[in-house]
Design a protein around this ligand. Structure first.
Ligand code: LXE
Length: 646
């Protein structure tokens, strides 16, 4: 009988000696630097309905007719009549509040069947039997008062099927004053799809006349039960990334197309009736229901820290506030910071306490603007200095980040930290995996605040999908970003944080592709790049172990970190090439004979999409390991090997 050992020897002898390229990698046992706890996190702004209609839990679109022009069809966005009513958006007097001047005027003719209004949500509404929905709206009767209270029916129904999934009733008192009605809706069954509407109706013939409605809301249970909080499935997908920080509120959406349209923190806090909303930078109205306080409470719930931007005197349309007129804008930024970290004896801290959070939030990083390389001249000549000099004096413990191109133009005072952005090709990311290796170690630190492989066409990075722009991240884009991310661990003594961008996009309402997570009102799609982020963030080390440097013209990239407890080496390997490649890691000490492998791999252009949401997911298995660890990385793959020290 032939022994299995002999069979194995025979098989080995007949195999080609080197079935794939081999790279010898020596891992140093002495750490060069700790890995900062802030390294992996999230960049957020309201783009592609990532906030309103996305992370923010509100289900009704155009809920308060903010920032619309009364009398126009556009003002009725997402609203339509049920039965025989006529609808128009009016500037009402009295208004619900000075911040919410507009209302929906609904006229019921005589002889009307069941009639009222409906809202189609943010491109559909998910209706789940396990959820209790809280619905509310304001109403008043401007002219003819009904003789007695009316019974309004509030329901969730199939848009085309007409099936009612949940309904409740609420009394409308005969009053000309704005009054709020609230009702809980508990669906008995889940809707089969998201093609559902929210309705407020009166029974046939119940009323003839006009009612004004406004400031509607429909909330499902939120993540962690936060009041006015976040959509649970999106927040959970983000929590699974174990993110350390959250950058807010932009991105370009901070800037405004005009100075008047800039994001202003004070318009985003307090009662929803005190928030006017704004015309965001990405073509739709922001409700500002997802305001500064909601961001901060959620960040805390998620175990993250904020990286917060202040407006830096520049609007995206090109206008900059002249130097001698900056003072009120700097004061508004100071008050924004005070709201976040000021003691409760300051007006800002007292406001925060009144909303339910007396303790300051853990803010350390404040970003002065966003992408100020869009107007470097005024940033260099006065904007950067004016904001930093004033605010650093008040808040000496904060680190202010510059957002123009690194050292170009040079800024004074010298920035302690920079936010660097890069949207490029997969090839660029592999060729630049050593991007930070040559940066001076002089105390300056870096936030890679936005990066993504977005196109395969180096001559048309921001072009159309037909010229190479990705719609969804691919396996190739994810493993190439991973090559770049190896460089963040290697340079984590100067790179303190990194975030893919953009974070979230509605599948049919996107202004930018690709995105880390895509969603519609019912589902969340985790991209290949999401899984790459997940693999890095869920497999962090405490210290970096230097190893043989990869060739930036090659295809294989790696990073070795050490976890203190329980003690382990964590090896990340990205093969961006089209054939398998072997890395032979000479580890600095003895390790267990088996370890855990997590691997993301697939065809270069494979993506997770609405029709194939789970085409590419990381797979885990146990592999043989040893101090001389030979690992064959498949073509187009990202692998994480965790092996215990013995
Ligand atoms: C840079 C800016 O900061 C973001 O708003 C955009 C999308 O991620 C990008 N152009």
């Amino acid at each position: 009988m032939v022994s299995s050992v002999l069979l194995a020897l025979l098989a080995a002898a007949s195999a080609p000696l080197l079935s794939s390229a081999q790279t010898q990698i020596t891992v140093n046992g002495t750490s060069s630097h700790p890995i900062p706890s802030t390294l992996w996190g999230l960049m957020f702004e309201d783009i592609s309905h990532s906030g309103d209609g996305g992370l923010y839990g509100e289900l009704l679109q155009n809920r308060a007719f903010q920032q619309v022009t009364p009398g126009t069809t556009a003002a009725l966005n997402a609203w339509s009549a049920v039965g025989n009513t006529t609808l128009s958006v009016i500037a009402d007097s009295p208004a619900i509040s000075s911040s919410l001047p507009n209302a929906l005027s609904v006229t019921f003719p005589s002889g009307a069947p069941r009639s009222g209004v409906q809202n189609s949500g943010y491109f559909g509404i998910a209706v789940r039997a396990s959820s209790t929905y809280t619905a509310s709206f304001f109403y008043r009767f401007p002219s003819t008062l009904p003789s007695a209270a009316l019974t309004a029916t509030v329901s969730l129904a199939g848009a085309s099927s007409g099936t009612t999934f949940a309904s409740g009733t609420v009394a409308l008192r005969p009053t000309a004053q704005w009054t709020q009605a609230t009702v809980a809706l508990r669906p008995r069954t889940s809707a089969p799809d998201i093609n559902n509407v929210f309705e407020v109706t009166l029974a046939a013939g119940a009323f003839v006349g006009t009612v004004h409605l406004g400031m509607f809301s429909l909330f499902p249970p939120t993540f962690g039960g936060q009041a006015n909080g976040m959509r649970a499935d999106i927040a959970q997908a983000l929590l699974d990334l174990k993110p350390s920080f959250f950058r807010l509120p932009g991105g370009n959406n901070l800037e405004g197309q005009t100075i008047a349209q800039r994001w202003q923190w004070n318009n985003t806090v307090g009662p929803l009736t005190a928030r006017p909303g704004r015309v965001g930078d990405w073509g739709y109205v922001n409700t500002d229901g997802l305001g500064l306080y909601e961001y901060l409470v959620w960040i805390e719930l998620m175990g993250m820290v904020p990286i917060m931007a202040i407006w830096s005197g520049f609007a995206l349309g090109g206008a900059a506030v002249p130097a001698n007129q900056l003072a009120p804008y700097i004061e508004q930024s100071r008050q924004q910071i005070e709201f976040v970290i000021g003691s409760t004896s300051t007006p800002g801290g007292a406001l925060r306490a009144s909303l339910g959070h007396p303790a300051p939030f853990p803010l350390l990083y404040v970003e002065v603007g966003n992408e100020d390389f869009l107007q470097p001249s005024t940033y260099q000549s006065y904007r950067w200095a004016a904001f930093v000099n004033a605010l650093q004096a008040d808040y000496p413990n904060l680190r202010f980040l510059a957002t123009s191109s690194f050292n170009s133009p040079a800024l004074s005072p010298k920035p302690q930290s920079w936010d660097i952005h890069v949207y490029q090709t997969p090839t660029w990311f592999t060729q630049n995996s050593a991007f930070y290796d040559s940066f001076a170690r002089d105390g300056t630190t870096f936030f890679e605040g936005e990066y993504a492989a977005i196109s395969t066409n180096p001559n048309d990075i921001f072009g159309a999908p037909s010229s190479g722009r990705l719609v969804y991240p691919t396996v190739q884009s994810a493993v190439s970003e991973a090559a770049f991310m190896m460089g963040f661990e290697r340079n984590a003594d100067v790179v303190f944080a990194a975030s893919y961008a953009p974070l979230l996009a509605h599948v049919t309402q996107n202004q930018w592709t690709p995105n880390l997570l895509s969603f519609d009102s019912g589902t969340v799609i985790k991209s290949t790049s999401y899984w790459a982020q997940w693999m890095f963030s869920n497999n962090r080390g405490d210290v970096y172990l230097p190893s043989t440097l990869a060739s930036t013209s090659g295809a294989l990239f790696w990073s070795v970190v050490q976890r203190v407890s329980p003690p382990a080496f964590i090896i990340k390997v990205s093969n961006t090439g089209t054939s398998a490649s072997t890395g032979v890691f000479r580890l600095p000490s003895a390790v267990a004979s088996t370890g855990q492998l997590i691997q993301l791999a697939g065809a270069a252009n494979a993506s997770n999409t609405p029709t194939t949401p789970s085409a590419i997911t990381p797979q885990s298995r146990t592999i043989a390991t040893g101090q001389n660890l030979s690992f064959s990385a498949p073509a187009m793959s990202l692998s994480v090997i965790t092996v215990a020290l013995v």
